[in-house]
Design a protein around this ligand. Sequence first.
Ligand SMILES: Nc1ncnc2c1ncn2[C@@H]1O[C@H](COP(=O)(O)OP(=O)(O)OP(=O)(O)O)[C@@H](O)[C@H]1O
Length: 204
Amino acid sequence: MYIKIVIDNIGKSFGQRLLFSNISAEVASGQCLAVTGCNGSGKSTLLKIIAGLVRPSSGQIRLTLDNTPSPKERISYTGFVSPDMAMYAALTGIENIIFWTKVRGVACSKSEAEKLCCQMGLGGAGCDMVATYSTGMRQRLKLAVIKAINPPVWLLDEPSSNLDVSGRSIVKELIADAVRQNAAVILATNEVEEALYGNSTIEL
Ligand SMILES: Nc1ncnc2c1ncn2[C@@H]1O[C@H](COP(=O)(O)OP(=O)(O)OP(=O)(O)O)[C@@H](O)[C@H]1O
C-alpha cells in the first residue's frame, strides 16, 4: 500500500493559548518525518492530530492512497506508540500482543508474539504479567505491539523513553526496518541523534 500524509497548515490552540500554527509537511511510504521541539511545544499533540485523536484548530490532515482501502485496512492505517498508552497489566506481554493485534484485525500466533518479545529484548519476560514489568520493559512491549501490527503509518511519540542503550538501538533498527518495508514513520523526539532518523524534520 502506498500512502502519503499531508500536514496542511495545521494549527492548535487550547483555549486562549496558541500552541503552534501554520505547520505543513508531507511524509509518504518509505519515509520518516521527525517532529522536534522543546518540552511542551506540542509534539505529542501534533501526532494525536495526525492520528485523528485530537481536532486541529486550523488546517487539515490529508491522506492520499493508491487504492480504496477495505474497512479492515482502514482501521489499520496507523499504529501509535505513546507515553499515554498503557498495556493491560493483568495480561502477560505475549497476551497483550495477541490482544492488540486481534483488535486491529492482524493475525499473530503465540510463537510469533514470543519471537517479537525476544526481538525487543524482553526475552522470557513475555510470559510474565505486565504488572511486574519495569517502565523500560513496558516501552519495549509497546514497540513489540506496533511491530506485530506493522501498520502503513507508524506514529512514534518518544519511542526511546525509559530505554537503555540496547533499547535505543532496537528503536533505531525498528524505524529503519519499518521505512525499508515502506511504512510512513512520524517520529516525535527530544533526542538530537534520534531526530536524524528523519528524511525531513518539523521543528515546533
Ligand atoms: N487537552 C489539553 N488541554 C489543555 N492543554 C493541553 C492539552 N493537551 C496538551 N496540552 C498542553 O499543550 C502543551 C503541549 O503538550 P504536548 O504534550 O503536545 O507537548 P510535547 O512537545 O509533546 O511535550 P514533551 O516534550 O514534554 O513531551 C502542554 O503545555 C500541555 O499542557
